[in-house]
Design a protein around this ligand. Structure first.
Ligand SMILES: Nc1nc2c(c(=O)[nH]1)N[C@H]1C(S)=C(S)[C@@H](COP(=O)(O)OP(=O)(O)OC[C@H]3O[C@@H](n4cnc5c(=O)[nH]c(N)nc54)[C@H](O)[C@@H]3O)O[C@H]1N2
Ligand SMILES: Nc1nc2c(c(=O)[nH]1)N[C@H]1C(S)=C(S)[C@@H](COP(=O)(O)OP(=O)(O)OC[C@H]3O[C@@H](n4cnc5c(=O)[nH]c(N)nc54)[C@H](O)[C@@H]3O)O[C@H]1N2
Ligand SMILES: [Mo]
Length: 689
């Protein structure tokens, strides 16, 4: 193993242990700095450190259990080939050399006989740093001419909206929320999904800040809020437009700011005009008086900050809904002061050179036809119906059977006998059971990584703290080996973690020097920029574009055009699948084997004659899930909840929420419409939980 770049710090409590520095790359805004205790080459304990000020020395309970993930029963220790039927999970051990020869041969034959597009790389990489996604993997697949993947399962609508309006300007730093007089949590649940914001919010509240939460559930933070608006899932767009309309109508819009810094204010005002409080109230299910109180409090408070999450994007109106919430601070004139403005995702602030590290051409050759692009949200349909067909599916940094929409069609696609599926993962996931070839990957404790925050404005350089477990190998090595075996390596290609890091960081020498010196670096805008003081929209003229033409063309009903929600007499309940504190997406799900109940409001349960603990079946015309029932008075009536990230072992049917989720796409960014699932629930045998 390479020597850790950061000197081990001796813990004062247990001098026999090495306490090493790391950082968490999992798909969370916080990008925590970690202290990892290592004894005799094994990780024994992980906790937060002080390096990232947002981490403040503590981490979430799930990552404290990471050592169980690293050394657990589900860990893949060596390559394996399928011996049973697809889905049975019966495999036999092979050597890396055999595995890579077989795989290289499959890739070569697919390309030579059917063209590179018959190969589909399938990765999302939300829980990967910069070294294990889009480096040597991108090199391999681009040089094979493989189908390209549109990574749209998360944040695509939000990113489209943020890019269109603000050119992905850096957001308000999470630590700066302490300065706000009003904090709006819109479709975001930081008590679960980014816990380090919670103490900052509580401190702001102690100093007198108002808290508003917009969420169809009464989350723990909603219970401590001054205002909780509980819209029906998918109705944030009319809600935000009603607030915008109110601001204009009541003379609370900041016309001077809009004139100086924005385009499209009049057009936005026109598009919001139909949404008076009563009409919005009827669609959203939020009392008109509450919408008005929210609008007035927001107008009156400064600094006021809006934290937009991802709960509002996961429906057919999601892109326009995010755009409308991002327009609020512009209309109300909330920028230009510490603690005022908005935070979406900060992933756009790192100007690293991905194409350079991958050694692929950044701009496609205009003369050559680029390979086709496949939307990951349509995986089931793609595997079952796309022509010419996908013949090799290469899954890594992703667990699609658990996480993509339309699970039953994904499953049937994975069952295709003429499909060769390779799954490269640290653990035996649900998807892995359908693999023809399994390859064991290292976790972030076992390889080099560059971890970037998408909430915290911080970049970490993290060396491995232990040797790879079993025969696991890092992504950057395996994909480089495949390039070699296929004759695709070129002499100038950056190889290995150090060269890949250097290539990635070539455009940002300051960050490169900071990382070499301190192991952490801040972006050019600093760790706590003030919007419209330190950072400005990264649009062509540094102005906000409230109605960008490209978005207006893309959205089927035009930007800010509301499309009625799916209604079905047969399936009247809206199913939402928010994150839990047990897993991050499906990662760590192998450690949680209990039955996970579906949650209903007591009124919805009573109407169906159902009681707490009953065995129930929830279904629609795509699939079914059989599990237990839990009553949850904190849900709005008409909503069912089955969390995100479940594995097949968490329900009686082996299916999860995604078996009920359509593969329809959002208005902007072609994202997933998880919360457009509509379901019915009935009793399924005797009560037994
Ligand atoms: N512990 C943990 N942390 C995570 C994750 C995880 O799985 N577990 N996932 C990570 C990832 S990949 C992401 S993208 C982020 C997501 O971070 P968040 O956006 O905070 O998480 P979600 O649970 O998807 O949704 C947030 C809230 O939106 C609400 N919601 C659902 N539908 C609607 C709606 O139509 N309108 C509004 N206003 N609210 C709605 C849900 O009830 C939920 O409380 O979290 C990251 N952090
Ligand atoms: N119903 C429903 N479904 C959802 C959501 C929802 O709200 N509702 N949310 C969606 C969201 S927000 C997201 S972001 C997606 C995420 O969906 P996925 O991208 O599938 O994320 P994970 O489930 O975390 O799977 C990541 C996999 O990569 C593996 N991995 C980690 N590091 C490495 C590495 O270095 N090398 C290799 N080869 N493998 C590695 C992990 O072990 C894990 O199995 O899920 C989506 N699914
Ligand atoms: Mo996500």
């Amino acid at each position: 193993m390479a020597q850790p770049i950061v000197e081990p710090i001796r813990s004062s409590l247990e001098p026999s242990r090495s306490v090493l520095t790391s950082a968490c790359p999992l798909d969370c805004p916080d990008a925590c700095s970690l202290s990892v205790a290592v004894e005799d080459g094994r990780v024994t304990k992980m906790d937060g450190s002080q390096r990232n000020p947002l981490t403040a020395g503590f981490i979430c309970a799930k990552v404290r259990r990471w050592p169980e993930h690293v050394y657990g029963e589900a860990r893949l220790l060596h390559p394996e080939v399928r011996r049973g039927r697809k889905g049975d999970g019966v495999f036999a051990r092979v050597s890396w050399d055999e595995a890579l020869s077989l795989l290289a041969e499959k890739l070569r034959v697919a390309r030579d006989r059917h063209g590179g597009e018959s190969i589909l790389p399938f990765s999302y990489g939300g829980s990967n740093g910069l070294l294990t996604q889009d480096t040597t993997d991108l090199r391999l697949f681009e040089r094979l001419g493989a189908s390209r993947l549109a990574r749209t399962v998360c944040a695509a609508p939000s990113r489209s909206a943020a890019a269109g309006l603000y050119g992905r300007m850096a957001g308000v730093a999470l630590n700066d929320y302490v300065h706000a007089r009003m904090i709006v949590l819109w479709g975001v649940n930081p008590g679960v999904t980014g816990i380090h914001l919670v103490p900052v919010i509580q401190e702001a509240q102690r100093r007198g800040a108002r808290l508003a939460v917009i969420d169809p559930r009464r989350t723990p933070l909603a219970k401590r809020a001054d205002l909780h608006l509980a819209p029906r899932p998918g109705t944030d767009l009319p809600l935000a437009l009603a607030v915008i309309r109110w601001l204009f109508e009541e003379g609370r819009a900041d016309l001077d700011f809009l004139a100086a810094h924005a385009h499209g204010a009049d057009e936005l005002r026109r598009r919001a005009a139909p949404w008076d409080l009563d009409r919005a109230a009827a669609v959203c299910g939020v009392p008109a008086g509450d919408i008005e109180r929210f609008a007035r409090t927001y107008a009156d408070s400064s600094p006021a900050v809006v934290r937009t999450g991802w709960g509002l994007e996961r429906n057919r109106n999601g892109g326009s809904a995010v755009a409308a919430t991002l327009a609020l601070p512009a209309v109300a004139g909330k920028f230009g002061i510490r603690g005022g403005g908005y935070t979406m995702s900060n992933s756009g602030v790192w100007n690293v050179d991905v194409a350079g590290a991958a050694a692929v051409s950044p701009a496609p050759d205009a003369a050559a036809r680029p390979p086709r692009t496949i939307n990951m949200n349509r995986l089931g349909e793609v595997l079952l119906g796309l022509e010419p067909p996908v013949r090799v599916l290469f899954v890594y940094n992703c667990n699609p059977l658990a996480t993509m929409p339309d699970q039953e069609r994904v499953r049937r696609g994975l069952e295709r006998e003429d499909l060769f599926t390779v799954v490269f993962d640290p653990v035996r996931t649900d998807t892995a059971r359908y693999a023809d070839l399994l390859l064991p990957a290292t976790t972030f404790l076992e390889h080099h990584e560059l971890v970037k925050g998408y909430g915290a404005l911080i970049l970490h350089q993290v060396p491995p703290v232990i040797e790879p477990v079993g025969e696991a190998r890092p992504n950057y090595r395996v994909f480089a080996d495949l390039c070699d075996r296929l004759g695709l390596t070129r002499p100038q290609d950056p190889q290995g973690a150090a060269a890949l890091s250097a290539a990635l960081l070539a455009p940002v020498p300051r960050q490169r020097a900071e990382l070499a010196r301190d192991g952490i670096a801040a972006p050019d805008c600093g760790v706590a920029p003030i919007q419209f003081v330190d950072v400005f929209p990264r649009t062509a003229d540094q102005r906000i574009d409230l109605v960008p033409e490209a978005l207006d063309r893309e959205a089927p009903a035009g930007l800010y055009g509301y499309r009625d929600l799916p209604v079905s007499a047969a399936f009247p309940l809206a199913l939402i699948s928010p994150a839990t504190s047990r897993t991050i997406s499906s990662t760590l799900g192998e450690l949680h084997r209990k039955l996970v109940p579906v949650e209903l409001h007591p009124e919805d349960a009573a109407r169906r004659g159902l009681r707490e603990g009953d065995a129930v079946r929830l279904w629609n015309d795509r699939g079914e899930v059989r599990t237990a029932l839990r009553l949850n008075p904190d849900l709005v009536p008409g909503v069912a909840l089955l969390p995100k990230g479940l594995w097949s072992h968490n329900t009686r049917s082996g299916t999860t929420a995604n078996a009920l989720v359509p593969d329809s796409l959002t208005d902007l960014g072609a994202g997933a419409c998880f919360n457009d699932a509509r379901v019915e629930v009935e009793r399924d045998g005797p009560a037994d939980v």
